[in-house]
Each structure stands twice: as C-alpha cells, then as structure tokens.
Design a protein around this ligand. Structure first.
Ligand code: PEP
Ligand code: MG
Length: 755
C-alpha cells in the first residue's frame, strides 16, 4: 500500500487542477482499497453544505448535484465531528440517509475521513462497500493520509477561485481572499510578477505566450546547448567512467533526441504555453510514466528524466530569462522573496509584495515596511506558480490577497486606497510637530534603516535620529565582506546626514534568516545557532574592521551609538567591550581623533531580561528587539507561516517582559528604547508609551501613524490603557481592545484600510 500511496501522492501533486486531482484520488483509492465507491464531498462554506465533488462508483450525473446540509447524512457527520467514521453497516446509523440520485443501492460498509486544512474542514473523503465490511487499521491510515494530501490541493484550488466555480456562487470571480499575515501596512492593486528560483521544474510559473515561434526556437537552442554540454562532459571524463556511467550519458543523449519529449513540448507551446512551462509538463508526464512502472529499475529512471529536465531548463532559462518587464503597478510574488529581489524592482513600479513564506517580523516584511510598500507574507495557500500576470489586491493591514478579484472587491479596495492616500496626506502635517503627548511627555521617534537608498524617507520623516541601522544589508548585497574604507564611507554618509542627531549603528547581525552568500552557515536550527554577536566574537578580524570603520566614520561628528545584537550573557558584553576598547586605542594610536561611542545592547534573548541590572552597569543604553524577543519567548519561528498566528508581540508574556526590562534599566538610570516592528504598530506604541519607554524606533513609513497616537493620548491615558490591556489573557483580546480604543478616539484609520 505504501507504493500505491506514493504513486497517488505524486500523481495528485502533478494534477492540472482540483478536478483532475479529485478524479485521480477517487479512482485510485477505489482500486487500491477494493471498494465499490470512493467519493469526495466538498464543504461549501457559504451554503454550509457538503457537495458531491467527485466519485468513482456513484452515478456521474449526481456530481455537483447531491448536497447534504449540516446535520444531515453520514458524510456531514464526519465533517461536523472532525473525526473518522468506520461503520460495517451504515443503514443502522441514525444519521444514515438514502439518496436516490446517486444510484445508490444498498451500501453497508462505510469509512469516512475529514479533509482538514489548518483547522478548517474542507470536505470529506468516503469509501463504501455493498457488503458489510469493517475497515482495518491499515486501510483507515491509508485513507487518512490521502485526505491530508487532498487538503492541500483543495486549499490551493480555493485560493485560485476554483472552488467558487464549483460551488457556483453568483459572483463568478474571486470574492474570497487568501488569508495570510500582514507584512507591511497599505493597500496595493496591480499585476503579479512571479519571481522564482532557477533550474527548479516545480517553480516554473504558468505563463501564456502568443509568440510560439520564439518559444520553439528557445527550446531548440536549449536542447542543442545541452547536447553539446553533455557530449563535452562525456568526452572530458570518459576514460575514468565505468560502463554504467557511460550508459547514463548515452541515455541522456537518447532522451534528448527523443521525439516524444520534443514533440510533446512543441505541441504544448503551440497550445499557448511558454517554453519553460511546456517543458516542465512534458518532463513531469514522462517521469510519472516511469514512476508508475512495476519494475524497480524502470521506476528509478524517473529520476534521470527529472535530472535531464532540470538541465535543459537551466539552458532554457538562459535563453528566455530576460529582465522581467515590470508593469506600472507590479505586485512582486514569490515563495520566498529576498531583500535583493525587492531591490531589483524600480521603486516607482512596486505596488505590493506577496511572499508565501515569512511573517510580520521577517526581513522581507521589515524591508517592505521601510520602503512603504504594502506587503502580505506567510501566504502559503497562494498557488505562486499559477498567478503570474493575474491581477492581485494586496491588503497589507489584514494580511489578505485577492487573486483576480471581482469588480466589487476591486472597487472597494480602490476606494480604500484613495482614502488612505488622503489619510497619509493629512498626516503629512505632523512631520514638523513634536512627538509629544497632550500633557507634554516627549517620546522621541527614531528611524530604522539599513539601505542607503532609504535614508531620504528617514530624514524627511522628522525622525530624531536613527534608532537602528542594520549594517547587515550592505554586507548582504555584496559578494564579499566590505573592506574597512568601504564600510567607513557607508557609515559616514548616514552619520553625516543625521548629525547632530544620534545614529545607532548595530554591529553585524547575520545568521538566522540573514545569510551572506560568501559566508555560508549551514545549521539545523539557525535561529538558535551561530548568529549576531556570537559570530562576530568568534571572528574578531571581521568585528574589529567594522568597529574601526564605525568609529572613523564618526570623527568630527561624534553622534555614533554602537549597538550589539543577540547578546545572551554578560561575558559576551565584556568581550565585546574589550574589543571596542582595543579598536578605539588602535585608532587613537594611529592619530585619529575618535571618541569612544556610547555602547548599548539589544534585548532580544530572554536571558537578558533576568540580568538587566548587571548588564546596565556595563552599557549606556538598551534597545529592545521585540521581533526576536517575541520569537524566543513564545517559541515561535518568526518566519514559519504554520505557526505565525501564534506570533504576536501583544502576548501578555511579552508585555510583562517589557515592563520588567524598563523597570530594571530605569533603576540603574539607563534608557530603554524599542526597535522591533512592535514600535511601529500604532496600538502597541500606545502600550509602550504607557510603560514609560524612552524612545521608539521604526520605519519611516510608520512614523506619522505612531506620532498621531502619541499626540492624541496623554501619558496618564496610556498608563490606564496599559493597565486595562494587562487584564486580558491573550494577544487577540488585547489587540481588539486597543483597536476599539483607537476607533473611539477617531483614529481607526491608523490600523486598518480606509480613513
Ligand atoms: C529585532 O529582533 O526585533 C530586531 C530589531 O532585529 P532584527 O529584526 O534585525 O533581528
Ligand atoms: Mg533581532
């Protein structure tokens, strides 16, 4: 059964659409389990009904016609209870209902399992037998596994609007969004441009072409290039190769000349597919053919087909990979959008970002935030490869994406986007006004930055300085470590543009989800591994260069504050201070007029909370990195969409940790600011004001909204609101309460789309 299962899974994965996936499942399951019927019922959320979506064994006419209301029939019972139901004689069960349209005679054996995706019942998978039959444990396990597979296929189809076609809601087009996470606030409407990794067959997006001649030519050139390449490979290492390896090269060449592969691909191109998409489908089809063979040797050949497929694809992508034509309003879409991918799109064309991976505090979200681009992350349900060229609506406030939206959805979001522009224009006037509560408490707002190109918005935002300059970005966009002089010039520009205001430069914080292509770190658990100060202390040669560059950049300006990331114990701080002192001395000895900067640490590892006083005796200030602090306190990976709903900086435990940090630091007379994404969230900023933090650092785009909150609540109001918030026992209730509070103050537009 294991082999059968693997084959079904492969076939379902390769299915064109939900209809094909369902019909594969019903017929294969019926055969594998030797049952009389296998059916899939789809749950129609709108009508709260189960619809017969596919069946092998029931009357085909009844597909799409037979429906069970909740509370009616056995299939819906399985859905309601979210539990499997195994009955040897179904008619005995009180919920049994006889349906004539299905051509049902008397079925007795019944096994139904729910199809559940992320806690939601998507449908029910049922097998039935004429005779009495109790299904054994292996059979139950088999059906449960198939149902889990089906869940993903249904969720993807739902995201594409296919389910709606099936359930025949009148809207025709998509009114149902993909529910994901907010990456950066704002509303974006535009055309999807899918960015995908190269030489990966599964990642090739579906794209149509009219220029079949060019696509066919590209295919032929790629095939020719691959032939030459393989022949050259074979010739160069021929003597050392055993007969078996030689046979492999020969087999590759044979496949490359095979009419099946080439003709089928050309046929697909003629039907309107672009060459990489046509090639992917042909390779998948061939590979599956081998996979379905009983002979293990022939089955193994499927891997060769896929390997060859990838090789040709790489050539093909050389032929067809042009700089994408970014439409006027581009929505950048990808499985995992990186900082460099974002930077490639001309800013004026970028209307939104959607990443299947990531969460609100992952770096793509932070960067989109900094650029003021609406972003949705953790959109795992989005069928990335199929949305290229589709119209998308991105709601960065609520983390929603609409694919090919209906006119009604488009109109509504166009209106919200317009209102938002008005709101932002209205907030413009705040720039020159102080960040002060009505009772005169000044809470300075600083900017988070890390790319030279986004210094301008930070300066224009009225920020009182830079609260966090992530130095890793200049490291990430290069192909080697930047040298001391190169770094000095970058830091100088920031320090100079902001002088005399303070600029906090954070030392290199790579590791975790921030990789340097030229310094690979391969770890099982990167967020608990070698990152931040752990790396720089192990590599004083890198650390000292950076420290010297920072201090030299500050000569004559003296507005440098130095911030150490990922500190988890006192010894790290002592060692870092020693190295900072050494760099300072070396520079003085070399005749440079450098002053010792203020030194602070990030509070982002929970251990620091409990040693805040002893650390306060060593450093000048604290900056709380709530992005990591939340992830470590709640044990939730900040990039994992599966657990992203558990990730919320408004969790009462995070709030209490913050209170403890502020109290401990203040006892020692040391200031605490917050530089995680939480500081830029208007509702959270209200709580931080109530806690008495000394500064908030955020992206320039968040600043007007946060300032608006500060100017509308007295410090006394904020303390009371904080007290009240702490009465709730979960983040969701706290957020609701805070949003209501803003709404009552007429500031609801700061945290949702519209005014
Ligand atoms: C944080 O962890 O909150 C933080 C500001 O640092 P980063 O997001 O760069 O890890
Ligand atoms: Mg951090």
């Amino acid at each position: 059964m294991l082999v059968t299962l693997r084959r079904i899974v492969q076939e379902v994965n390769a299915a064109r659409d939900l209809e094909q996936a369902s019909s594969i499942i019903v017929s294969r399951v019926k055969q594998a389990m030797s049952v009389d019927v296998c059916s899939i019922y789809l749950f129609d959320q709108g009508a709260q009904q189960y619809i017969l979506m596919a069946s092998d064994g029931l009357n085909p006419e009844s597909i799409g016609v037979v429906r069970f209301k909740q509370g009616e029939g056995l299939a819906s019972l399985v859905g309601e209870t979210e539990e499997l139901l195994n009955l040897d004689n179904a008619p005995d069960h009180p919920r049994y209902r006889f349906i004539a349209e299905t051509g049902e005679v008397s079925f007795h054996g019944f096994l139904g399992v729910p199809i559940i995706h992320r806690r939601q019942v998507m449908g029910v998978l049922v097998v039935r037998q004429r005779s009495k039959r109790r299904f054994d444990e292996d059979e139950v396990a088999f059906l449960l596994t198939i149902a889990a597979q089906m869940a993903g296929a249904i969720a993807h189809a739902d995201a594409r609007g296919e389910i709606q076609d099936f359930t025949e809601t009148p809207a025709g087009k998509n009114n149902r969004p993909i529910v994901a996470l907010s990456g950066a606030p704002g509303v974006g409407i535009g055309t999807a441009v899918v960015i995908y990794p190269l030489a990966d067959l599964d990642a090739v997006p579906h794209r149509k072409t009219r220029d079949t001649a060019t696509e066919i030519l590209a295919l032929e050139q790629a095939l020719e290039a691959a032939r030459t390449n393989i022949k050259a490979l074979e010739a160069s290492i021929h003597p050392e190769l055993g007969a078996e390896s030689r046979a492999l090269f020969e087999a590759y060449l044979l496949m490359l000349n095979s009419d099946t592969l080439i003709e089928k691909t050309i046929e697909r191109i003629r039907m309107g597919d672009w060459a990489p998409g046509a090639w992917r489908d042909t390779i998948n089809e061939q590979a599956q053919l081998f996979e379905s063979m009983d002979d293990p040797y022939l089955r193994e050949r499927a891997d060769d087909v896929r390997d060859l497929g990838r090789r040709i694809l790489a050539h093909l992508q050389n032929e067809t990979r042009r700089q994408p034509d970014y439409p006027q309003k581009t929505i950048l879409v990808g499985e995992d959008i990186s900082a460099t991918m974002l930077a490639e799109v001309p800013r004026e064309r970028l209307a939104g970002v959607v990443s299947a991976r990531g969460s609100s505090s992952s770096h793509v979200a932070i960067l989109a935030h900094a650029m003021g681009v609406p972003a949705v992350v953790g959109a795992g349900e989005l069928p990335v490869a199929r949305v290229d060229g589709c119209e998308l609506v991105v709601d960065g406030y609520r983390g929603r994406v609409f694919v090919s939206p209906s006119q009604a959805v488009r109109d509504e979001y166009t209106r919200l986007a317009r209102e938002e522009e008005e709101l932002v224009a209205g907030l413009e006037g705040l720039r020159e006004l102080p960040s002060e509560t009505p009772d005169g408490v000044h809470l300075p707002l600083y900017a988070n930055t890390g790319l030279l190109s986004d210094l301008a918005p930070s300066i224009d935002s009225g920020a009182e300085g830079i609260g966090l300059y992530r130095t890793e970005f200049p490291f990430m966009i290069r192909d080697r470590f930047p040298g001391e002089e190169e770094q000095r010039a970058i830091y100088r520009e920031v320090l100079e543009r902001f002088a005399p205001r303070a600029v906090t430069l954070r030392t290199l914080d790579v590791g975790g989800d921030k990789a340097l292509s030229y310094f690979p770190i391969d770890e099982e658990n990167p967020f608990l591994g070698w990152r931040g100060i752990r790396i720089t202390l192990d590599h004083p040669e890198i650390f000292l260069v950076q420290l010297r560059a920072m201090m030299r950049a500050s000569v004559g300006l003296n507005n440098l504050h130095l911030l150490l990331p990922m500190v988890s114990n006192v010894a790290e701080v002592d060692r870092a201070l020693q190295l900072i002192g050494r760099a300072h001395h070396e520079l003085i000895d070399g005749g440079e007029q450098v002053l010792m900067p203020q030194v602070g640490i990030m509070v982002e590892v929970p251990s620091v909370i409990y040693q805040i006083e002893v650390l306060a005796a060593r450093v000048d200030f604290f900056s709380v990195g709530t992005n990591d602090l939340t992830q470590y306190l709640l044990a939730v990976d900040r990039n994992n969409p599966r657990v992203a709903t558990l990730y919320d900086a408004l969790h009462p435990a995070v709030l209490r940790a913050l209170l403890q940090i502020v109290a401990g630091a203040h006892v020692m007379g040391k200031p605490v600011s917050v530089c995680g994404e939480m500081a830029g969230d208007p509702v959270a900023a209200l709580l931080l004001l109530g806690m008495g933090v000394d500064g908030l650092s955020m992206s320039a785009a968040s600043m007007p909204r946060v300032k608006s909150v500060i100017r509308n609540f007295t410090s006394g109001d904020a303390r009371e609101i904080l007290e009240q918030a702490l009465q709730y026992d979960g983040a969701t209730a706290i957020r609701e309460y805070l949003e209501q509070t803003l709404e009552q103050q007429g500031l609801g537009g700061l945290v949702r789309a519209g005014k």
